[in-house]
Design a protein around this ligand. Structure first.
Ligand SMILES: O=C(O)CCC(=O)C(=O)O
Ligand SMILES: [Mn+2]
Length: 457
């Protein structure tokens, strides 16, 4: 991406283009709109929300960024350049929880997640620029006191709900579908801000974010990108010393999406109306994660990596010839594509383990599993993604939240399952007997990958 196009604003519908005086005040946007080769009228092709369970998983990133194609996003924006999709279609996110559902999202689940902070937070930056962030008051039953939150909101506080994908199955489905396209972990937070208010001070996030405007309007201010400059690690303290004049402003309306790469300083404010947005965050696998996965894989095949460090080693000098020797072994083995593939598979397997809210209605299938016959039809559980991996003597199908492993002769059947969303049991490859086909499918239903089709066969 050249320096002359630091940011793109994409209009999904040319009838909705802002009037010129708006553009003039954002000189870099103005230039981009005129120069843009991306801009096109996609009114006719306007896609309907693709987040409901069962829709094609490949449509998800395309749907989110429409009219920007995922390949364009990957090549020109990802990790480098903010992208504003100004589609102004207030129905675009209608299938996701909106303003009317927030009370339930807050009160139906305990606010405290063991091992993590509170996931509901009350946030305000006051007129003097002083930030306050605090957890909600909690009732005796452990749930947030919504009455106090209503009062805070009326006093100008924003309400943030983290881990939305654990509270709402439709948000979980959206995140799962995006994960399936991006191959990086995705989660969602929600921010509700009253009119004329500011939540956070300018800051950087250590993950990439897609901001989805659900209700009302919000002004966003963010700095122009400096490609590849920061890319903070999750553990880095987010710093933000950008002078305020360097910030560009856009206004988000319902249906709009803003992509901000991690490390881009930003803040947001409401003016005349309240605002609800989701922040869909992508905590990407980085090369450090890949290298760590490769090292873990090597440790399985090389005993040298499994030896203990010397007793009392904190107080001893470390002989650097040992780590150098290990690094050389790693370099040598990385020439072998096998290690590269195993490291990749390790990350794939890990990515399928993360748990999210679910609404698959699976208990009905568990009730029917005993009645399967060779003629029964089964479907893959909507929103559950799977991948097959094999070793010399085993075949495994990893899927969201679980896996099933067996002898390597199962590999063609597992691959068949991974390829077909819906199939009759008899259509599984004939390397399995009829009884084995039924056994395998029973197992995959029991473990949560397959559902028994509702209609009698
Ligand atoms: O709405 C705000 O105050 C800031 C939200 C934000 O920084 C984010 O969603 O990443
Ligand atoms: Mn942020």
């Amino acid at each position: 991406m050249s320096d002359s196009t630091p940011f793109k604003e994409i209009y999904a519908d040319h009838h909705q283009r802002p009037v010129l005086d708006t553009l003039v005040s954002i000189e870099f946007v103005c230039e981009d709109v005129v120069m843009s080769t991306e801009w096109r009228d996609t009114t006719a092709a306007a896609s309907s929300p693709a987040i409901t369970a069962g829709n094609s998983s490949t449509a998800s990133l395309a749907w989110l960024l429409d009219p920007v194609a995922p390949a364009t996003f990957a090549a020109e924006y990802w990790e480098e350049v903010p992208l504003f999709v100004n589609r102004s279609d207030s129905t675009y996110f209608a299938d996701l929880p909106g303003l009317g559902e927030i009370d339930e999202l807050i009160t139906a689940t305990s606010s405290h997640i063991p091992g993590m902070n509170e996931d509901v937070r009350i946030i305000k930056t006051d007129e003097k620029g002083v930030l306050s962030v605090h957890p909600p008051q909690v009732l005796a039953n452990g749930l947030p006191d919504i009455q106090v939150i209503y009062r805070d909101y009326q006093n100008g506080c924003s309400i943030a709900v983290n881990q939305l994908h654990r509270r709402s199955a439709s948000v979980a489905s959206l995140c799962g579908l995006l994960e399936n396209d991006l191959h990086h972990p995705v989660g969602a937070n929600l921010y509700l801000t009253p009119r004329a208010s500011q939540g956070f001070l300018p800051h950087v996030d250590t993950h990439d974010v897609f901001i989805l405007q659900m209700h009302g309007a919000k002004d966003w201010f963010f700095s122009t990108p400096k490609p590849n400059e920061e890319l903070p690690l999750p553990s880095m303290k987010p710093i933000c010393d950008q002078p305020l004049t360097d910030y560009k402003k856009i206004t988000m309306q319902p249906g709009d999406v803003l992509y901000l790469p991690r490390g881009i300083p930003h803040y947001a404010k409401t003016a005349g109306t309240s605002s609800l947005h989701y922040t869909v965050g992508v905590e990407p696998y980085r090369w450090i994660d890949f290298m760590a996965a490769a090292l873990h894989e090597i440790a399985y095949s090389s005993v040298k990596y499994r030896h203990a460090l010397p007793l009392g080693f904190f107080d001893l000098p470390i002989d650097s010839s040992v780590p150098l020797d290990l690094a050389e072994m790693l370099t040598h083995q990385l020439h072998d594509q096998g290690l590269v593939e195993r490291a990749k598979q390790r990350l794939e397997t890990e990515s399928l383990r993360a748990s999210k809210a679910t609404s698959t209605g699976h208990f009905a299938s568990l009730d029917r599993v005993r009645h399967l016959t060779i003629d029964s039809t089964v479907i893959r559980v909507p929103g559950v993604h799977c991948r097959v991996r094999r070793t010399d003597d085993s075949a495994t199908i990893d899927f969201t939240g679980n896996f099933v492993s067996g002898p390597s002769f199962l590999a063609p059947s597992l691959q068949f399952v991974a390829k077909h969303r819906k199939f009759a049991i008899k259509d599984l490859p004939d390397s399995l007997s009829a009884a084995d086909k039924i056994d395998l499918v029973e197992r995959l239903v029991s473990e949560g990958l397959l559902q028994v089709a509702a209609s009698p066969q």
